[in-house]
Design a protein around this ligand. Structure first.
Ligand code: CTP
Ligand code: MG
Length: 234
């Protein structure tokens, strides 16, 4: 049974500021999406990568994949994405061939995840977990607040015990059937795939993530990503 990686890359990247869709922005001269595809294909266990492209950008993304050197043992598919991340992931899942038993879902916006993290997630699924998320401890203390208008002081409601909190990354790994069932049945706003599996009542486990798997969200993250890449080349 084979493993596939679905890469949602259809977002605009509003928080990054004006410009091309986030996944197509360059990091040290190479589009973020290509870095993310290479990060998945770097795992010998991954035999298929499905890229979910910006809705009007599927042809451009196909050209990009053709123009960059990628491992030949891996197959690549491009499908157009949707309005939300959740919809984009579902469109990627719809493209999976029948012989895929393990599915990774990986944000294009996490281009620098190390292959050891990818392999650890896959291994945990193959060892029997139905849903696996890489995550790291928090550096900041977190407060739960009562949200107010922008700029207004917000009352603090609680301070959860930081030692029991984790910041969740991708790739998240799943038994294919479980993830498909989650995407068929869970509705409402979610920000990751594992939370949909949680809503099914199925167990989700955390494995160690990596600081280089951070999400490129705001302009400062581009500076950090390019510095990480420069450090890798030495
Ligand atoms: N994504 C997607 N389809 C959408 C929205 C998001 O495939 N309709 C993808 C993004 O391309 C990204 C991943 O989901 O790889 C994580 O989302 P996020 O970091 O929020 O990216 P954007 O939604 O593009 O950024 P922003 O929220 O700042 O607009
Ligand atoms: Mg978003």
């Amino acid at each position: 049974a084979r493993t596939a990686a679905v890469i949602p890359a259809a977002g605009r990247g509003v928080r990054l500021g004006p410009g091309a869709p986030k996944a197509l922005r360059a990091l040290n001269g190479t589009p973020m999406l290509i870095h993310a595809v290479r990060a998945m294909a770097a795992s010998r266990a991954v035999s298929l990568v499905v890229v979910v492209a910006p809705p009007e950008g599927a042809a451009e993304v196909k050209n990009l994949l053709d123009a960059h050197a990628l491992p030949e043992r891996t197959d690549y598919l491009v499908v157009p994405g949707g309005e939300t991340r959740q919809e984009s992931v579902r469109l990627g899942l719809d493209a999976l061939p029948d012989d895929i038993a393990t599915v990774l879902v990986h944000d294009a916006a996490r281009p620098l995840v190390p292959v050891d993290t990818v392999d650890a997630v896959i291994e945990a699924v193959r060892d029997g977990a139905v849903a696996v998320v890489p995550a790291v401890p928090l550096a900041d203390t977190v407060k739960q607040v009562e949200p107010r208008e922008k700029g207004e002081p917000e009352p603090v409601l609680a301070t959860p015990d930081r030692a029991a909190l984790r910041a969740v990354q991708t790739p998240q790994g799943f038994a294919r059937d479980t993830l498909l069932r989650a995407h068929r049945t869970v509705t409402g706003n979610v920000t990751d795939d594992a939370s949909m599996v949680e809503q099914l009542g199925e167990p989700v486990v955390v494995v160690p993530g990596h600081e280089e798997a951070f999400k490129v969200t705001r302009p400062l993250d581009l500076v950090l990503a390019e510095a990480v890449l420069a450090r890798r080349r030495v």
